[in-house]
Design a protein around this ligand. Structure first.
Ligand code: HEM
Length: 165
């Protein structure tokens, strides 16, 4: 493990879940809870739920946290760029314990490095977390999985702070 991998270590909730002896990753749980009973538990159901979460997250950001939304690449209509949404969705897929396609396509997330141009202070961190919290609620993520994800997102968001205040 090199230095930058170590610095980015807190970004893997799935790995931590399995260290604790749990068999199921957050991705598995999201798939199992899928509302479409016909596909519940399948990889496709998990993917659909993760993508719904990512899209909802940015939709909320556009409306409720304009200062944060402005830091993101936007399309001609002023919406947060579809490419950014897709990369975040793919990242979440792997981060939650699903297929590691983000890593295959883009390499290690190196979140601190990729956020280096973004001023992350306490206000931005909290704005990001408010969007994610609302998106998780809207996507019906609750119970122990919700508590676990709230903690993990809070941890990573705090780890990404790179300016005082
Ligand atoms: C703490 C406050 C945060 C702020 C202000 C922030 C802001 C941003 C911005 C401005 C981008 C660039 C998007 C673009 O170029 O359009 C980005 C990308 C990204 N963010 Fe964050 N972010 C935050 C937290 C997080 C957290 C907690 C995670 C993970 C759990 C995360 C994961 C990502 C990923 C995966 C990308 C895409 C990287 C790529 O280009 O492949 N961010 N973020």
């Amino acid at each position: 493990m090199n230095e930058s991998t170590k610095r980015d270590a807190p970004v893997a909730p799935a790995a931590e879940a399995s260290e604790g002896g749990a068999e199921l990753t957050p991705f598995d749980l999201l798939a199992l809870e899928a509302h479409d009973a016909g596909s519940a538990g399948s990889e496709a159901a998990g993917r659909a739920r993760v993508d719904q979460l990512a899209q909802r997250f940015y939709d909320i950001m556009e409306v409720q946290e304009p200062a944060l939304a402005m830091l993101h690449a936007r399309d001609a209509q002023g919406r947060i760029d579809q490419g950014s949404r897709e990369r975040f969705s793919l990242f979440l897929l792997g981060w939650l314990g699903g297929p590691g396609e983000y890593m295959e396509r883009y390499g290690h997330p190196r979140l601190r490095m990729r956020h280096a141009r973004v001023p992350v202070d306490i206000a931005m961190r909290d704005a990001w977390l408010r969007c994610m919290s609302q998106a998780l609620t809207d996507c019906g993520v609750s119970g122990e999985l919700r508590t676990f994800l709230d903690e993990r997102f809070a941890h990573v968001a705090n780890f990404l702070r790179n300016i005082e205040g």
